[in-house]
Design a protein around this ligand. Sequence first.
Ligand SMILES: C=C(O[C@@H]1C=C(C(=O)O)C=C[C@H]1O)C(=O)O
Length: 95
Amino acid sequence: MEPSKKMDRLESLRSQIEKVNGDILGLLNQRIALSLQIADIKKQQGVEFFDPAREKHMLDHLKEHNDGPLSAQMLEQIFREIFHVSRTCMQKKFE
Ligand SMILES: C=C(O[C@@H]1C=C(C(=O)O)C=C[C@H]1O)C(=O)O
């Protein structure tokens, strides 16, 4: 590929990445908003926020439906961090 075409391709890929970043950010905020609603219900019911069985169930489901190239281990790493941040937001709401 000629150098100017390579640059065009690079710019195009970068702009697609930025679009995906925006989509991920929107979805993460949507997810946090849902978990905050769950936190309200759990608080009303006096139930513990942390539910390891539910988190394991979600991880197993995601791994079953993962087509890659993300490995099961990388998927787990990312989602464990998402669950952690979600729980932190849930706790903060009630401090
Ligand atoms: C959101 C919930 O609460 C906690 C947070 C979870 C999450 O971020 O997905 C999952 C399980 C719980 O540890 C829930 O019970 O579904």
